[in-house]
Design a protein around this ligand. Structure first.
Ligand code: NAD
Length: 356
């Protein structure tokens, strides 16, 4: 996408300080959009710090705002949506283990809040809503091509409320309100707010810093998609003809390798480091794969990255001294949620939204 063909939008990015959000914000600003982010900053403010430290920030700052707040809070959301024409909804309790900690919390954030947000977005004059769902909604399917025509069979609270929220989004679609669900595979690669609780990122960090990759089992497939593709697709969707996407749901992931194959790919990409692979037993034989043929066929989407490219990008960041402690809790959502729970913040999060 070149900047001169882009219609500048006024975009609210929920979860803008998360792993994807922190890479997406500078991308959208570089493309000329006005960007407001809302986030409760549950894990780390590294993304927004990095944005503000960017040499380009001076030219972006009058197009950027950050709201630190809870998307379950009606007045906060009403304010956050004011003046926006587009929403990219990323905020979530964002993986299976954290989703299991407290079903009520997961439901509130990953489902209830979306219903409220869709209503408030329409009221505010938003015309496009892009919802980050997840390919995990499928559960485990023993068919060769896991396409969007198959039923969601979620296995966890996280994927259950992601699946249910997709229905809200589809139901909200209308001629005036273009609403679309994207189901990313596991995203891999560098972000200023780095997650190492995702397979490729964890294996890459261990390879670079410890010289050893530990693979549990290894024969389970895990679909992945690069961060460069994630931010590229979200930006494209702000521009796409609504007729192509309105009321639609798209799988999004192009590489369905086994975990062992991913480890070998990383080993090959980092061959100068002589990384060894240790295979251990596992009881977790969940095997996932998805087909993104619909995205390629209907939107003509062409992937811009690969696992290998994302591994190389992440290695550059690690070699450059970023993320000095790859085991720090800020890189693992589950560790953060457990800490927050111990500190009492978690109880605040579990409360129903209050109204002012
Ligand atoms: N990262 C992946 O591999 C992946 C794969 C598939 C789908 N997704 C989806 O993409 C989205 C972004 O994922 P991510 O990896 O950036 O997640 P993340 O956990 O890094 O970011 C989520 C952000 O949402 C914020 N948040 C959570 N609850 C909130 C609330 N009540 N109010 C305001 N902010 C709140 C958190 O503070 C965090 O910054 C999520 O919806 C996730 O489910 C991610």
């Amino acid at each position: 996408m070149t900047t001169n063909t882009i219609q500048p939008r006024r975009i609210l990015v929920t979860g803008g300080c998360g792993y994807v959000g922190s890479a997406l914000l500078p991308h959208l600003l570089r493309l000329g959009h006005h960007v407001r982010a809302i986030d409760l900053i549950l894990y780390s403010d590294a993304g927004v710090k990095s944005l503000k430290a960017s040499p380009e920030f001076e030219q972006w700052q009058n197009r950027f705002e950050l709201v630190v707040g809870d998307l379950r809070h009606e007045e906060t959301m009403r304010e956050a949506l004011r003046g926006c024409d587009t929403v990219i909804h990323l905020a979530a309790i964002s993986n299976d283990p954290t989703g299991e900690l407290d079903e009520a919390l997961t439901r509130q954030v990953n489902f209830d809040a979306i219903g409220m947000m869709l209503a408030l977005a329409k009221e505010a004059g938003v015309t496009r809503f892009i919802n980050a769902s997840s390919s995990s909604v499928f559960g485990i399917k023993n068919v060769p091509d896991v396409t969007e025509e198959l039923e969601a069979e979620p296995l966890t609270f996280y994927s259950k409320y992601k699946a249910l929220s997709e229905w809200l989004v589809v139901a909200a679609a209308s001629r005036e309100f273009c609403a679309v669900n994207i189901r990313p595979a596991t995203i891999c690669g560098y972000s200023p707010r780095q997650r190492f609780d995702l397979t490729v990122n964890k294996l890459t960090a261990d390879a670079v810093r410890k010289g050893v990759i530990t693979v549990h089992g290894g024969q389970q497939r895990r679909p992945n998609v690069g961060m460069s593709d994630a931010i590229n697709l979200y930006a494209i969707l702000t521009q796409t003809d609504p007729a192509l996407i309105n009321g639609q749901t798209f799988n999004f992931g192009f590489e369905n390798h086994t975990v062992l194959a991913i480890a070998q790919l990383i080993q090959a990409e980092l061959k100068d480091l002589n990384v060894s692979i240790k295979v251990t037993d596992t009881n977790d034989h969940r095997d996932y794969h998805i087909s993104s043929a619909k995205l390629i066929k209907y939107l003509g989407y062409k992937p811009v990255s690969s696992i290998a490219m994302e591994v190389a990008n992440l290695r550059r960041a690690l070699d450059g001294g970023q993320f000095p402690d790859i085991d720090a809790s800020e890189h693992y959502n589950m560790k953060c949620m457990k800490l927050a729970r111990d500190n009492g913040t978690y109880r605040f999060l579990s409360r129903p939204p209050s109204h002012v």
